[in-house]
Structures are given as C-alpha cells and as structure tokens.
Write a protein that binds this ligand. Structure first.
Ligand SMILES: [Zn+2]
Length: 228
C-alpha cells in the first residue's frame, strides 16, 4: 500500500477514535470498506447517506442482503448463479447443447444473454488465472470444464473462450485451450478432433471488460470469434 493512502486511512481511524462515532455507524462503515472499490471516504459517505433513508427502505435493503445467498444457487453443470439447479439455461431444451461459452463471471452470462443472439450453453469459471493474486488454475472451475468436455454425453463440439481480453483473461484462455488439446486420453483425443475451440476477438479492445461492453460490441465479438 502506498504511504500516502496508508497515512490517509490512519488519519481517518484516528479521527473516528476521537470523534467517538456511534457503534452502529462505525460497524456499517467497516462493512462497506470490505467491498471491492470502496475506500474509507466512500464508505463513510454511503453510511451517512443511509441515515437519511426511511427505515422501511433500510429494512428492504437489509432483507435483500440477507436473502442474497439464501435465494440463489450455483448450477452444478455450468456454475452460473440462478434460482434452480440445473439453471434455467442448462435445463432449457431449446438451447444448443453442442456449444459452450466459457466466461469469467456470472455477470458475463447476463451481458451475453441480454444480447439474446447466443443460443448455446455457458461455463462460468468464477475468476481467471492470476498469479500475482495467487489464483492458479485449480482455484477456478477449469477442471470441471474439462470434465464436461470429456464427458461423452455432453455432445460438446465447440468451446467459445470468452474470457476478458486482459492479460489474465488471455492467459486463462490459452491455458484452457492447451489443456483441452493435450489431454492424455487417446479416446478423448478422437473426440477432440471434432472439437472446435474459438476465441472471441474483434470488437473488444485489449484490456476491456465483457461485463461493461455494449450489446453491439459483444455481438461483433461473438460473430468474429476465430479458431483458437
Ligand atoms: Zn447451468
């Protein structure tokens, strides 16, 4: 952590200590601070903003948080988040079961579904290979994807690697492609001869995030996928 940021946080903590902020406020500030992208100042601003919100709305807000995990389940096939297992996409007989689009996060599924053109299935990795943050291939759902591809009954003929075009996303795509191509089993190799691996490309600039891409860009990226 940079010294300036560290000193800033220290200052905020000292101010909080001497100001004797009520515990309820202190607790909420600390909860907000644990969220990604939220620093001490934003956490304080959000907390003090909520003091002005009617109690009924606050109750609804806290109920939504309480039900977040209780009301959702991770699909045991594609690892997307839904209300049922298998999820609504995996259990939909109209979807093309021969194509699997591999994405980093459940939000990427939502972005691609909003576009509505893609009719295949998904596989959510829940992350990307990121050595700097100690995330290796075993920390995300890559093995489950390989098992799925190798399973005779799955009938998968195309894997679309739709990880983000960042350094980590590219490394993840490369790792998966290599794992699929160099599988040891002879029987699996025969199946792999028919397996097409494609990578989304055109339309998405390097360093972009699929989650934030507009619909047209996403559509072009899907249509412009190439053999990987
Ligand atoms: Zn599913």
């Amino acid at each position: 952590m940079k010294l300036g940021i560290w000193l800033g946080q220290l200052e905020i903590r000292i101010i909080r200590y001497f100001m004797r902020i009520p515990k309820a406020i202190q607790d909420l500030i600390e909860s907000f601070e644990k969220l990604p992208g939220i620093g001490s100042k934003t956490a304080q601003r959000l907390t003090f903003y909520l003091l002005h919100v009617p109690q009924g709305e606050l109750d609804n807000f806290s109920k939504s948080i309480q039900n977040l995990k209780k009301g959702t389940i991770i699909c045991s096939t594609c690892f997307s988040v839904d209300e049922s297992n298998p999820c609504s996409i995996c259990s939909n007989s109209n979807r093309d079961k021969s194509t699997v689009c591999v994405v980093e996060e459940p939000l990427d599924v939502l972005a691609l579904e909003k576009n509505g053109r893609y009719k295949g299935l998904y596989h959510v990795l829940h992350g990307k290979i990121d050595p700097l943050n100690n995330i290796g291939p075993d920390e995300i759902f890559i093995k489950q994807l390989l098992d799925r591809i190798m399973n005779h009954e799955s009938g998968i003929t195309e894997i679309i690697l739709a990880t983000n075009p960042t350094m980590e996303g590219e490394a993840t795509a490369m790792y998966i492609a290599r794992q699929v191509k160099t599988s040891a089993s002879a029987e699996a190799s025969a199946r792999q001869a028919n397996l097409k691996i494609t990578r989304i490309g055109r339309g998405l600039p390097t360093g972009a995030d699929i989650e934030y891409a507009d619909e047209l860009t996403l559509q072009r990226a899907m249509e412009g996928r190439s053999e990987y």
